[in-house]
Write a protein that binds this ligand. Structure first.
Ligand code: NAP
Ligand code: MN
Length: 268
């Protein structure tokens, strides 16, 4: 059986992932697909083999492509990767017979401004803004250009609904159903004393509103952006704007995506 369609397998370096990726490659080739060793932009499908970190990374390093993606979980939690290694053969069968659906997941977009320059970054889960030292960081928060509060503490997390069950949930934020297409801003260890009053819950905003964060440079010069768990250090930024992007990821799912089932299986 020969078809010329290409599938990318993007895996992490662990031994089990390599073993599973080889098995998957053999099964796909048996069904006539070409599995290229290097990432191919003309592929019809991306398959990530690893945990959530690998899934997120495979999207980020390839600039969040339109190519549909599904994951095989060889990691510890595996919120995104729907397949377990034992499902490989049945997945290939389902994929060949078109037995799947595609869900659009909208990205978080962030414009980071310096004196004369700006830069755009994207995330599927979240972006956390934190100080690069252990000192308290003070961040002025604006929602839809209205000043809300100065949040003092370890920083803030801005998360998508899909990312709401990750870092956001660990700091007391709410789990948000993905079809709501909102953003959540949640403080990390906010100060509350006679000197400081800070919001200590998450705020959920609709997609058309911008969240602006302006760091106050009293104690530190640098701000760390943790983008889907990968750290970037920015010096002397003036502000950052966050909003729901027009850009999305196409997540392939077998049958229909059942968010509550995933939440119950992975969290409760
Ligand atoms: P990691 O340190 O391995 O991630 C922490 C845990 O979060 C892992 O168990 C990971 O699953 C899980 N996770 C990732 N995305 C999730 C989601 N959307 N819903 C529920 N759980 C999720 O780092 P990583 O694997 O590269 O993942 C990056 C994410 O880690 C970031 O986007 C951030 O949200 C999260 N993070 C959490 C904390 C915290 O909870 N205190 C601190 C820093 C970063 P796997 O085991 O399958 O990888
Ligand atoms: Mn991980």
């Amino acid at each position: 059986m020969e078809n010329r369609e290409i599938i990318n397998i993007i895996k992490n370096d662990n031994k089990f992932s390599t073993e599973i990726a080889n098995k998957l490659k053999a099964e796909l080739e048996n069904n006539g697909y070409k599995v290229s060793d290097e990432y191919n932009k003309d592929a019809v499908l991306n398959i990530s083999v690893g945990g959530d970190g690998s899934f997120l990374r495979s999207l980020r390093i390839n600039d969040f492509p339109d190519i549909p993606i599904i994951g095989v979980n060889t990691g510890s939690l595996g919120f995104y990767p729907e397949l377990s290694p034992k499902d490989i053969n049945s997945f290939v069968k389902d994929y060949c017979s078109g037995n799947y659906t595609i869900n659009k997941l909208y990205l978080l977009q962030c414009e980071i401004f310096r004196q004369n320059t700006s830069e755009t970054i994207f995330a599927l889960n979240d972006i956390a803004m934190k100080g690069d030292k252990t000192k308290t960081i003070h961040l002025d928060i604006f929602i839809d250009y209205n000043h809300l509060q100065t949040i003092s503490g370890d920083g803030v997390i801005i998360s998508t609904p899909m990312g709401s069950s990750a870092y956001n949930y660990s700091v007391g934020g709410s789990i948000v159903y993905p079809s709501l297409n909102t953003l959540q801003l949640t403080p990390i260890a906010p100060l509350n004393s006679k000197a400081y009053r800070c919001l200590n819950s998450g705020i959920v905003v609709p997609p058309e509103l911008h969240i602006t964060v302006v760091p106050e440079y009293k104690y530190l010069e640098d701000v760390i952006f943790s983008v889907d768990g990968e750290e970037f250090n920015y010096e002397r930024i003036t502000h950052a704007n966050f909003f729901v992007s027009k850009k999305h990821v196409n997540m392939l799912t077998l049958g229909s995506f059942n968010y509550w089932k995933v939440i119950k299986e992975k969290f409760i």
